[in-house]
Ligand binder design. Structure first.
Ligand code: G3H
Length: 198
């Protein structure tokens, strides 16, 4: 994965901590915790302090990303293409429950996380295909942009920008409460990571 785009910062971040993160469940559409809301405020200060702020702010359609972008008080665009990987019949379950109740599914995902597709849901390969048109839109932008999305989505976008191999994309660490700044250069990007809430 490698693309050529104008040298301006693309900020990537996951939403602040949600009640689903606290419960350890995959998927769902749950609100931010108090800590998650604190991240949203810190993110607003961080972005508002940038000399050249984002021309566009994109979130998913899920409330945890919309709530994370809200304190910036800027125009945002909620895009379904940025919604988290669809965990299908496993949506709302913990990894422990999946391992216990669907051991074959759990083992298949562990063996090939890139290609494994949740029953009635998506694989990382599906998410890569889903994000293709969004990447084209990203390439067209000339100003800084901020993307507030989800673990799997940020892994894929980060993978495109950094040139990470497809096999490694589902395993890239993307911690909560961290803004990743990506500045495109001839090959790949200069990357900075700023932790705003420990
Ligand atoms: O809820 C979805 C998870 O954040 C995605 O992470 O692909 O490592 O299971 P995973």
């Amino acid at each position: 994965m490698n693309i050529h785009i104008a040298p301006r910062t693309i900020w990537l971040t996951r939403h602040g901590e949600s009640t689903a993160n606290m419960a350890g469940v995959v998927g769902t559409d749950m609100p931010l915790t108090a800590r998650g809301a604190q991240y949203a405020k810190q993110l607003a200060s961080f972005i508002n302090d940038q000399p050249q702020g984002p021309g566009s702010i994109w979130t998913s359609t899920l409330q945890r990303t919309i709530q994370t972008a809200a304190p910036m008080n800027r125009a945002t665009n909620a895009l379904k293409v940025l919604d988290e990987i669809d965990a299908g019949i496993c949506d709302g379950m913990t990894y422990e429950q999946i391992a216990e109740q669907m051991p074959a599914e759990f083992a298949q995902r562990k063996a090939d996380k890139l290609r494994y597709r949740y029953p009635r849901g998506e694989s990382y390969v599906d998410v890569i295909a889903r994000l293709d048109p969004f990447i084209l839109e990203l390439e067209r932008q000339r100003e800084p942009v901020l993307i507030v999305a989800h673990n799997a989505i940020i892994r894929v976008l980060h993978g495109y920008l950094s040139g990470t191999s497809r096999e490694d994309v589902p395993h890239t660490p993307i911690p909560l409460h961290t803004v990743i700044g990506m500045v495109p250069k001839a090959y790949g990007c200069d990357e900075t990571r700023t932790v705003l809430v420990k």
